[in-house]
Design a protein around this ligand. Structure first.
Ligand SMILES: [Mg+2]
Length: 161
């Protein structure tokens, strides 16, 4: 067996594989206005019913995921909003539509990414549970991993060694 296939890589959805705002932009303006700030001034855009189904992939994300899935033991690790049940379904549908066979039964939804065992977590966020992840956190969107090209270069260097 290919030794790299023992390396577990988790990949986040929102703003890692999925362009979150591309979905928000397709929602009616009145809906966006209602969810942009709740009564406490908190951004609730991820609670718009059906919003996740409308989202487009990030640039290069689909090809990057396919490549990672070919070389490593790769899973999707995302958090779905507690108060938006349609998001849980929409995320599954998004993964089936855009990632297909490479992601078959490889979707994990959790509010505690630190509890998952693995080597790498590719995630744009630095939320507390992500920082506690025991493998290496690859923070996409931040130097030196500013985009998918940079992330793939890093993983290609692992395969070559
Ligand atoms: Mg994210």
């Amino acid at each position: 067996m290919n030794e790299n296939k023992k390396i577990v890589v988790y990949v986040d959805l929102d703003d890692t594989l999925v362009n979150f705002m591309s979905g928000v932009k397709k929602c009616p303006k009145e809906t966006v206005a209602r969810f942009e700030r709740d009564e406490n001034g908190k951004n609730q855009l991820d609670n718009i019913p059906g919003v996740f189904a409308l989202m487009e992939p990030m640039t290069g994300a689909v090809e990057a995921f396919q490549w990672l899935a070919e070389h490593f033991d790769t899973y999707i690790l995302s958090t779905a909003p507690w108060n938006n049940p349609s998001a849980w379904c929409d995320k599954l549908e998004w993964v089936k539509t855009h990632l297909g066979k490479a992601a078959y039964k490889r979707l994990i939804l959790s509010h505690r990414k630190d509890l998952l065992r693995g080597d790498y977590l590719i995630d744009d966020s630095d939320r507390a549970d992500i920082l506690r992840f025991q493998g290496k956190h690859i923070q996409i969107g931040k130097e030196p991993f500013k985009d998918w090209t940079a992330v793939l270069d890093y993983f290609k260097s692992i395969v070559e060694h």
